[in-house]
Ligand binder design. Structure first.
Ligand code: CA
Length: 252
């Protein structure tokens, strides 16, 4: 037998989440695959007046970070899709957003790896919510009272090539060319490391991450696509050069 309850007393599957959040509240992205913890974090952060975005996979977290430019990221270390270290490293190519890494208790090497990947702070699980909130407030204050933190530099330039990190756009001869996400990351990688030879395996590791189950062909295909956009004559590449038997080199 079912009873129709008035809407106001009907049971909601989720407890009510905090008070309405002001429009200028700092936005925090939480990337965590433990459902209960993710819920608790969201609940507590919203109650503190933050806007909260969530992801339960690393690759989704990275995409949301790029799309929504949060003011701070709370990042779990062990995640499906892309782990916290890889996510942080990839995020750091385009963003200075403060990152707090959630590590395993006593995982000393995790802490070091997290900080080396560009995390600003870490907290070992299990942690107290008040401790996390205090760290978040401190990081937001350091970043300028929760104001949006822009990318390291809006664009990178090398001769006739200009790569816009915010719009993921390549400008050449006054023309704007859209890049696919991995084309963008690959070109960014080359622009950051001019004049150095990288093997396909190194490039796969750096740009796709070591958990990516692709092969060297993936790199070749993306290099071919990029050449269509950065070379005067893609058939005779002068910028993105093949180094026979070794890999690729970008002439800065
Ligand atoms: Ca996890």
């Amino acid at each position: 037998m079912t009873r129709n309850l008035p809407a106001s007393t009907a049971e909601s599957p989720l407890p009510e989440l905090g008070a309405p959040v002001p429009a200028d509240a700092p936005t925090i992205l939480v990337v965590e695959d433990e459902e209960n913890l993710l819920f608790t974090l969201r609940y507590n952060l919203e109650r503190e007046g933050y806007r909260v975005l969530t992801a339960n996979r690393g690759d989704d977290g990275l995409r949301i970070a790029h799309e929504r430019s949060p003011d701070l990221v709370v990042l779990d270390l062990m995640l499906p899709g892309l782990d916290g270290i890889q996510l942080c490293r990839q995020l750091r190519r385009t963003s200075q957003v403060p990152v707090i890494m959630l590590t395993a208790l006593g995982g000393e090497s995790d802490k070091v790896a997290g900080l080396e990947a560009g995390a600003d702070d870490y907290l070992a699980k299990p942690f107290g919510m008040r401790e996390l909130l205090a760290r978040i407030r401190a990081l937001l204050r350091r970043a300028g009272h929760g104001e949006r933190v822009g990318p390291a530099a809006p664009s990178l330039r090398s001769r006739d090539i200009e790569l816009d990190r915010e719009r993921h756009e390549l400008r050449r001869d006054g023309q704007s060319l859209r890049l696919k996400p991995k084309e963008f990351e690959l070109l960014l990688f080359f622009l950051e490391h001019p004049g150095k030879v990288f093997s396909r395996e190194q490039i796969l590791n750096e740009v796709w991450g070591k958990d990516f189950h692709g092969n060297a062909r993936t790199v070749d295909v993306h290099v071919r696509w990029l050449r269509q956009k950065v070379e005067v004559d893609p058939a005779r590449p002068a910028r993105l050069r093949t180094v026979r038997g070794s890999g690729y080199l970008f002439e800065g």
